[in-house]
Design a protein around this ligand. Structure first.
Ligand SMILES: Nc1ncnc2c1ncn2[C@@H]1O[C@H](COP(=O)(O)OP(=O)(O)OP(=O)(O)O)[C@@H](O)[C@H]1O
Length: 706
């Protein structure tokens, strides 16, 4: 029998099983829909117990049906033949037949762990591991590993090779794909690490840290759904571009309950994408800023009235600047939150006016009436509003655009050089909104000042209350509400059960404080690579801030060692750049070779635009997937103009936005302008390690190359 015939026969055998699974899926879907409807009909009974039962039934049925719909594609992707003779099929979700015998084991279940972990050296009871590739319901290919030849029955067939390599060579789309079918052993160990404490995953470029972090979120949701779906999982990435890139992975695994946020959008109401130059970001990210902001949050309001003059029953009552200052300071001792003690400040004004009135006026009403009289006066109310307004964090941060205020707040905390670095960096706040680094400052101010009291927002609740039980009016409402119920949280929700921080090497000390506020009761997964950090500040301070956010929780560290993204030719260039400044940093080994060497183009400045465009066009012709054009931050808009009109597969991003991203081909513009200092060299290392197939560097200077 030829190899091709054997393969066809094995495919046909797997197809039979897959057909059974999909037939069962149709039944399960029907059952789930029926359960949803029956749940609804329980409403007619009207007892409290029945209503609660109905809520639970409809909710679970809706969730199950949703999962059955989303995990349809590639549902079964693996098979284990065990030494005991047992056979398990592994897939995106667990499915049982009518007698409750497993047809598919969920990839996160303990029984599936061997699929990812068994090796020839340590087969874990597995004789043959089979990867099943399919397109919708059709099995298209099979790849086997014979792990324990001694235990193999004589008729066992082994077909194909290189499932992992085949999957790595597929073209890159706009979003990251899930790797559920080809998770490697060292990755699996990190994914299934215990839920408690802190799991730290390190590894060089392309080692699957992001993929691991996301699959870990899915694993935690599976292993303890009540805790993690109930409390919520927050996934933090560096930029909006990155969050878009990873946004589809969890839904593709049937999970849509995690909250994804970039560092610029963790705080409610902001979605920053502007970046500061690295020197500015280093000062803004430093813990010294806490003291600077604390001073700002206690300072007098710019342009506020410096005296109060009130004509009261023919007598002038007057509080001068010194008196008002004294009242403010007394109401706002160190550590007090300005928005929360506003009432105390007003009480101070009333008290000072009362003292004066008593000294100058012979007949006076009761004090309460005196205060009521004043409070009724428009001019007095306007004074109070201007003297001690309700503060938003943005309002106070904008004060730092004033050089005198910045100098006063920074005095003795920041060096003169640091104050100079910050000067001007808050000027664009009003017009362009905050930078990513500013958002952590706003969050700190929010914490320092407390919230202005806001009118309670009426939430759109589809339920109404009947006999003390929440009710909805229509079947459609109930379905929608049942699905939305578990992900409906307060906008400013902070009590996450788990926090995943990706690209953690770029989280500044101030940003660790911002994230830490959202994970005080959480367990954590921290993923990163110190060699890729763009942080130009003090590394020891970074460690301290991270340690404080994580507290005394126990830590486990996992190191990933294989680069699955870059061809070995491309990674060799990236590696030479980082070795020049960090000779001892452990580097992963790239598993795939394409035989295509990266190209370095050096041109004169006037022809740079044409050379960049030409390089992008060439790569479009050579790869089927995405082409990333990576630029120094200040050049982004110019370069976008140079490649305007090229197909959508071409994406222009700055070297900072390229963090965590992946493209089939990369055109890297002016690498020398990125590698201006040590932090810049690390950023260049990131940019050079984004491509799976092709890399062209185009610049006016080749000195960046070690
Ligand atoms: N086990 C695997 N099977 C198939 N593909 C994988 C596997 N592990 C990682 N990959 C692929 O390798 C690429 C890199 O993965 P990922 O982006 O998670 O790496 P990373 O360590 O976060 O990289 P970086 O630090 O450079 O941002 C992705 O395309 C991912 O799908």
């Amino acid at each position: 029998m030829t190899d091709a015939t054997v393969l066809q026969q094995e495919i046909a055998a797997e197809q039979q099983h897959v057909d059974r699974v999909y037939a069962r899926l149709v039944e399960l879907r029907r059952d789930a829909s029926r359960a949803e409807k029956e749940g609804y009909q329980l409403a007619g009974v009207g007892t409290f117990g029945a209503l609660v039962e109905r809520d639970a039934m409809v909710f679970h049925a809706a969730r199950r049906r949703h999962a059955l719909d989303t995990e349809y594609e590639g549902l079964v992707f693996g098979r284990l033949d065990l030494a005991t003779g047992a056979v398990h099929h592994v897939g995106r979700m667990g499915i049982r037949d009518e007698q409750s015998r497993p047809l598919v084991v969920d990839w996160r279940a303990p029984a599936a762990a061997a699929f990812y972990r068994a090796t020839a050296a340590e087969p874990l009871g597995v004789v043959r591991r089979r990867m099943i590739q399919s397109r919708r319901e059709r099995v298209t290919g099979i790849e086997d590993d014979l792990l324990d030849p001694e235990a193999a029955p004589p008729d066992m067939r082994v077909v194909g090779d290189g499932a992992l390599l085949a999957s790595l060579s597929r073209a890159t789309g706009r979003g990251m794909r899930d790797i559920v079918a080809t998770i490697q052993r060292e990755q699996d160990e990190a994914i299934r690490s215990p839920a408690a404490g802190v799991t730290v995953v390190t590894g060089g470029p392309g080692t699957g840290k992001t993929a691991v972090a996301l699959h870990r979120a899915a694993y935690l949701l599976y292993s303890d759904r009540n805790r993690f779906a109930g409390g919520g999982i927050l996934v933090v990435g560096p930029s909006g571009v990155f969050v878009d890139y990873i946004a589809t992975v969890l839904p593709s695994l049937g999970e849509d309950t995690a909250t994804l946020r970039s560092l610029g959008s963790i705080m409610v109401g902001y979605d920053a994408s502007r970046v500061d130059p690295t020197g500015v970001a280093a000062v803004k990210g430093s813990l010294k800023m806490r003291r600077v902001l604390e001073r700002a949050s206690h300072d007098a309001v710019p342009g506020a009235p410096t005296e109060l003059r009130l004509l009261y029953r023919g007598t002038l009552l007057r509080l001068d600047a010194a008196e008002l200052d004294r009242i403010r300071r007394r109401a706002l001792p160190k550590g007090a939150r300005r928005n929360e003690v506003r009432g105390t400040g007003f009480d101070g004004v009333f008290a000072a006016l009362w003292t004066q009135a008593r000294a100058h006026l012979r007949s006076l009403p009761e004090r309460a009436d005196f205060e009521a009289e004043l409070a009724d006066r428009q001019d007095f109310r306007e004074f109070l509003k201007a003297w001690w307004p309700r503060f938003t964090p943005m309002r106070v941060l904008r004060w730092l655009a004033d050089p005198d205020r910045l100098r006063a707040y920074g005095e003795g905390v920041l060096s003169h050089a640091e104050i100079r670095v910050l000067q001007g960096s808050f000027d664009a706040l009003a017009e362009q909104g905050p930078t990513i680094a500013d958002v952590a400052l706003l969050d700190e101010l929010d914490e320092l000042m407390g919230r202005p009291r806001q009118p309670q927002r009426r939430s759109k609740d589809p339920f109404h209350v009947r006999d003390g039980v929440r009710e909805v009016s229509t079947y459609a409402d109930r379905q929608a509400a049942a699905r939305a119920q578990q992900i409906r949280r307060d906008d400013d929700y902070r009590d996450y059960a788990h926090v995943v921080v990706d690209e953690s090497q770029d989280v500044s000390p101030m940003q660790w404080r911002m994230i830490g506020r959202r994970g005080q009761y959480a367990s954590w997964t921290i993923v990163g690579d110190p060699a890729q950090t763009a942080w130009a500040g003090d590394p020891a301070e970074l460690d301290r801030a991270r340690d404080r956010a994580l507290g005394s929780r126990a830590r486990r560290t996992y190191a990933l060692t294989t680069n699955y993204r870059n061809s070995s030719e491309i990674f060799a260039v990236a590696a030479s750049v980082i070795r020049a400044i960090m000779p001892d940093t452990p580097l992963p080994s790239a598993v795939r070779s394409t035989g295509v060497e990266p190209v370095d183009v050096v041109v004169d400045a006037p022809v740079l635009p044409a050379a960049v465009r030409e390089a992008a066009e060439k790569q479009l012709a050579e790869v089927a997937g995405t082409v990333g054009v990576i630029t120094p931050v200040p050049r982004h808009d110019d370069v976008a103009g140079w490649v305007a009109g090229l197909p959508e597969r071409v994406q222009v991003v700055t070297a900072l936005e390229a963090k965590g991203m992946e493209y089939d081909a990369v055109v890297l513009v002016e690498p020398g302008e990125i590698a201006v200092d040590r932090a810049g060299v690390r950023t260049l290392y990131v940019a050079l390690s984004r491509a799976t197939q092709r890399l062209t560097t185009v610049g006016t200077d080749r000195a960046w190359h070690p």
